[in-house]
Write a protein that binds this ligand. Structure first.
Ligand code: NAP
Length: 295
């Protein structure tokens, strides 16, 4: 049982954790913080939080567990503002989508409390944001990755693992590097491709006409381009090196496809498309791919 949970950032990810733990009956009291009074009031009205805090200091002063779920670019400033106001045994964890940047920020800002910081990432989400997007079921049978470091206190790690399990999630541990490289491939790169393609089509003068004939494949692929721009700017800049490496690889593959089309090399296209189809139909079709994909 968590006596007092504090949610910093009462949007989709933070709000859903509060709702899930409340539904499971494993939290006594939830305090929430967002910069805007509108978001705080909405979270209160939706029953996501029991108390709304007007400052970060107030939000964490009495909390036993603090979940930071703000865009990654805001994490360092949040850690700096809460550090001096934490209870001595308070556990801090987060839901940021790339881990190295968040861990560096926590290490530099949290001081001695860094040992009780447990980095985490729920591999769940939607393209919606804000308190109204929060769902008690969001984490049911979804994966949560924890990326503890050498300094991470074992009992804090176990407490956070248990919290996510109570929210319905399957919890895994990984190194930061492994996490950031895997998520760059399966989530960050696809988002960049979708943002770029949708933007490219949106620039066309005949965009409305083009979209009238869009097939289901385009609708599926373009959905993730509805995701929040600030959040994705922060993820791209926060996981820079893994994303740059993958973009380079992707561009290399695209160049070869372009060359094959230019040179009328159908065999190359059959080879690439066939191998992709084979992979998608077999290895990628394992149960869990759909259920665990982030947004
Ligand atoms: P969201 O729905 O937009 O919620 C973000 C919350 O943070 C809002 O309550 C927002 O309210 C608050 N906030 C924004 N900037 C802030 C700041 N500078 N200081 C304090 N509070 C601030 O976003 P989300 O989708 O829940 O994402 C939150 C985190 O989870 C991000 O780090 C993201 O990388 C990660 N994540 C997202 C997904 C996904 O699919 N969406 C999945 C896994 C992990 P105000 O604007 O009123 O402050």
């Amino acid at each position: 049982m968590i006596k007092h949970l504090s949610i910093i950032g009462v949007g989709l990810i933070g709000g859903s954790l509060a709702l899930a733990l409340k539904k499971a009956g494993v939290v006594e009291q939830v305090t929430g913080y967002a910069r805007s009074a509108v978001a705080r009031e909405e979270a209160l009205a939706l029953g996501i939080i029991d108390n709304s805090a007007e400052t970060l200091a107030e939000a964490v002063a009495d909390a036993d567990v603090i979940f930071v779920a703000v865009p990654m670019g805001a994490m360092q400033s949040v850690f700096e503002q809460i550090a001096a106001h934490l209870k001595p045994q308070a556990i801090i964890t987060d839901g940021g989508s790339a881990k190295q940047q968040v861990v560096d920020a926590a290490r530099s800002a949290l001081g001695e409390a860094f040992t009780r910081f447990v980095p985490g990432h729920p591999i769940a989400g939607t393209e919606k944001s804000g308190p109204s997007a929060a769902l008690a079921e969001l984490y049911q049978q979804h994966r949560v990755v924890l990326t503890p470091v050498a300094e991470t206190d074992k009992s804090a790690l176990e407490r956070v693992r248990h919290m996510w399990q109570q929210a319905g999630a399957d919890v895994f541990e990984m190194t930061i590097e492994h996490h950031d490289s895997i998520l760059a491939a399966t989530s960050h790169l696809p988002h960049l491709l979708a943002f770029n393609l949708v933007n490219q089509l949106a620039q066309r003068e005949d965009c409305d006409e083009v979209l009238r004939y869009a097939a289901g494949g385009f609708r599926d692929f373009s959905r993730i381009a509805s995701s929040d721009a600030v959040m994705w700017r922060d993820i791209c800049l926060g996981n820079r090196s893994a994303i740059l490496e993958l973009l380079q690889q992707y561009r290399g593959g695209l160049d070869l496809i372009e060359k094959a089309i230019r040179e009328d090399d159908g065999n190359y296209l059959i080879d690439i498309f066939g191998r992709a189809k084979q992979a998608r139909d077999t290895r990628f079709a394992e149960p869990g791919l759909k259920d665990n994909s982030e947004v």
